[in-house]
Design a protein around this ligand. Structure first.
Ligand SMILES: Nc1ncnc2c1ncn2[C@@H]1O[C@H](COP(=O)(O)OP(=O)(O)OP(=O)(O)O)[C@@H](O)[C@H]1O
Ligand SMILES: [Mg+2]
Length: 252
């Protein structure tokens, strides 16, 4: 059984069909790249999986359970964490506190347990947060306010906040966009490390074909809300439909 099975998702906004029946699968510890030009439906797909949007049709089956209609915090508790293209951090709080808030999902899972053994629980949360700080090389910024950190660091904190949930599936929405080329390499390296270290499957939305191809085991390409290609990265990257979609994007 695949970890995630997305079946024929349909959602539209006014006259625009944002997803017109998109299906995809992801296995445990697999990195699936999702590529496509601006407005092709990549973020909408994440919004449907994570319960932010409710699609008109389709299924989101995670570990055999249909999550459709679940609210975002319920989806998070089931083991799916995500990052946001525009970052969802508490800018006035420290890096460490943002990671601790990521642990909130775990607090909620077992409120009585947490209540009775709150001190021990807190130590565990702290330990997980500290490990993420070390993994993402954030030591120098741990007590800095997020608003005072450079953008490249904020992107790492956004990833850390999602990792703090200890998800089985991680949805990364353009984690590399807007970074310098050095930061891009660094982030790409961290993403490949996540799977071994945290045993997490990753859906990786990435506009940049080259980076997506390098990181992904498999890729799917969207255009105008439709799946236009899927397979091995090198196949998808050079598929005529994909090249056409990206060229069209540049002309627009
Ligand atoms: N809440 C919304 N209200 C109206 N239209 C929306 C909404 N969310 C998405 N859309 C539309 O759905 C389409 C797909 O948008 P989406 O954000 O999923 O694209 P994307 O592939 O993530 O693009 P980008 O690469 O620019 O991030 C677009 O036409 C967009 O305008
Ligand atoms: Mg997007």
């Amino acid at each position: 059984m695949p970890l995630l099975e997305v079946e024929r998702l349909v959602i539209s906004f006014g006259g625009i069909v944002a997803l017109g029946g998109v299906s995809l699968k992801s296995d445990t510890q697999e990195i699936v790249g999702i590529i496509g030009p601006n407005g092709s439906g990549k973020t909408t797909l994440f919004n449907c999986i994570s319960g932010v949007y409710r699609p008109r049709e389709g299924k989101v089956i995670f570990k055999g359970e249909n999550l459709l209609g679940h609210r975002p915090h319920e989806v998070a508790q089931k083991g799916i964490a995500r990052t946001f293209q525009n970052l969802r951090l508490f800018m006035h709080m420290t890096v460490l506190d943002n990671l601790m808030l990521g642990r909130h999902v775990q607090f909620k899972k077992n409120p009585f347990h947490a209540f009775l053994r709150i001190r021990k629980e807190e130590l565990i949360h702290r330990e997980v947060a500290e490990e993420i700080i070390e993994f993402l090389d954030l030591q120098a910024f741990r007590n800095s306010r997020v608003s005072d950190c450079p953008y490249g660091i904020q992107k790492r904190v956004e990833l850390g906040r999602a990792l703090a949930q200890e998800p089985e599936l991680l949805l990364l929405d353009e984690p590399i966009a807007g970074l310098t080329s050095e930061e891009k390499e660094e982030m790409a390296y961290r993403i490949t490390e996540i799977r071994g270290r945290y045993k997490t499957a990753i859906l990786l939305v990435e506009h940049d074909l080259r980076i997506a191809s390098r990181l992904a085991d498999r890729m799917v390409a969207l255009d105008h809300g439709l799946l236009i290609a899927e397979g091995l990265p090198k196949e998808v990257q050079s598929a005529p439909e994909v090249i056409r979609a990206y060229l069209g994007d540049e002309e627009a």
